[in-house]
Design a protein around this ligand. Structure first.
Ligand SMILES: Nc1ncnc2c1ncn2[C@@H]1O[C@H](COP(=O)(O)OP(=O)(O)OP(=O)(O)O)[C@@H](O)[C@H]1O
Ligand SMILES: [Mg+2]
Length: 439
């Protein structure tokens, strides 16, 4: 990150970078005196105890009069604990980042819909979230730094997907102005960076000892275990950042051992993120219980709907193609009750009558999904990712010297992605497995 700025002002002393994600968000900072020492925020109020929560859910809760209440785990838990009747008046937002990409005529007036159906300007929702991060980071910096930091000493960075068009990037900038992260008079104090480029620089920075460390856990970021240097001058690599909303690709080549990166192909990507699996689950529920019922349930019991999706999220994370056993997803009592009242039959009957195979009713009041059912939910998203990576020209240049053909069998569940790499020139195979989400 460049630290140059107009001569009149003083240099930045700290860089704070916010990773604003579709499903979860976080930030990290480093002091410009020691830029390699990166402090990642890992303690989030309300996070699951004993677990390093590197990010907090991108969830925002506003009071019935549209004032900020909470963000992240706190927002999720507070919403969960509201009385069901009361919850209908509160505004809860989640997974809203994608709307910025999908809206073709994005303006500062564009609105977002809360779970209860109320509308708020999207720019305000983003500004609330950014303001939360600003205050969180300022407090953290105050605790960590001996001298008092002036506001203009902080350079802010917000990462956005590579596929975002200029209006979306400008939207993020305007939201940062509204959140008073920086003032529009000092635009250079805010950098909008591309997510996969940040990820690529991170991979480049991985040191040998880190790679060895990881290899003992059998997580070797795609590098040959026998070579001594993870990445050399001339090496090309592709970073596929598979997030909740988007999958972003960068193709870089290392130009010198010290480190400049050459972009071989412009950052690209598409809306093939893992929330596609959540949408597939919702579609499956619509097939079983009817779309009208699901829409009605969401509107009338918004907090229970959020609970159901949290229950699905937990099971989603344990699913794996090789797993043969079925998994159970608890349906909130209010779902079972609401269905009975509104449709005059039990959920069990609905399941029996539906033509959705692989999903049964378990006697403990849960949806029982076979591994085939779970795979079906993942399939559309996985094939979009595989197709997109295949379209990348660097993968298609078959004659490219030094090209490595990678036969990948991807494993989504448990986040561990196993790949087998074969160097086409030497026919040597290398075993590797990549952990996409926790580096
Ligand atoms: N073990 C797992 N198996 C399957 N999916 C998982 C697993 N762990 C996380 N996910 C999914 O990955 C997504 C979160 O990934 P990540 O935190 O990279 O996204 P994000 O940064 O919020 O989104 P984006 O960068 O696209 O805006 C969620 O949809 C989550 O359900
Ligand atoms: Mg992300």
């Amino acid at each position: 990150v460049s630290i140059t700025r107009p001569r009149s002002s003083r240099p930045f002393s700290v860089v704070v970078a916010i990773d604003f994600g579709t499903t979860s968000s976080g930030y990290a900072f480093s002091f410009t005196q020691d830029p390699e020492a990166i402090h990642m925020m890992r303690r989030w109020e309300g996070g699951d105890p004993g677990v390093a929560n590197q990010k907090t859910p991108t969830s925002l809760l506003l009071t019935p009069d549209k004032k900020f209440h909470s963000f992240g785990f706190m927002a999720r838990d507070s919403y969960h604990d509201l009385d069901p009747e009361e919850a209908r008046d509160w505004l809860y937002f989640e997974k809203f980042k994608m709307k910025i990409h999908s809206t073709t005529d994005l303006t500062m007036e564009t609105e977002l819909m809360a779970v209860n159906g109320s509308h708020v300007k999207a720019i305000e929702v983003f500004a609330h979230a950014l303001r939360f991060f600003k205050e969180h980071a300022l407090k953290e910096l105050k605790d960590q730094s001996s001298s008092v930091l002036e506001k203009d000493e902080i350079r802010w960075v917000i990462t956005v997907p590579a596929i975002w068009k200029p209006p979306a990037k400008q939207f993020m900038r305007e939201a940062a102005y509204l959140a008073t992260l920086v003032s529009p008079e000092n635009p250079e104090q805010l950098l909008i960076a591309l997510e996969p480029e940040a990820a690529s620089i991170y991979c480049r920075k991985l040191r040998l000892h880190q790679v060895i460390d990881l290899s003992s856990r059998l997580i070797l970021n795609g590098f040959d275990q026998e070579t001594s240097s993870p990445l050399d001058s001339g090496d090309r690599y592709i970073v596929a950042d598979c997030g909740g909303g988007t999958v972003d690709l960068t193709v870089h080549q290392i130009e010198q051992v010290q480190g400049t990166l050459k972009e071989l192909y412009k950052a690209s990507g598409g809306p093939y993120g893992a929330v596609g699996v959540d949408l597939a689950f919702e579609e499956m529920l619509c097939k079983i219980f009817g779309k009208d019922f699901i829409d009605n349930f969401k509107a009338k019991r918004p907090a229970a709907w959020v609970d159901l999706m949290i229950a699905f999220e937990a099971r989603k994370r344990t699913a794996a193609p090789g797993r043969a056993n079925a998994i159970n997803i608890s349906l909130p009592f209010s779902f079972i009750d609401f269905y009975k009242t509104h449709c005059g039959q039990s959920v069990e009957t609905a399941l029996r009558k539906s033509n959705v195979n692989f999903v049964k009713w378990s006697s403990q009041g849960m949806l029982r999904m076979t591994s085939e059912a779970m795979n079906e939910l993942f399939q559309p998203t996985i094939s979009k990712i595989v197709q997109h990576i295949g379209r990348c020209p660097q993968i298609n240049q078959r004659s490219l010297k030094g090209r490595r053909e990678i036969r990948a069998s991807m494993q989504f569940g448990d986040t561990e992605i196993k790949v087998t790499a074969v160097d086409v020139l030497t026919s040597k195979s290398v075993r590797a497995s990549i952990d996409f989400l926790s580096n």
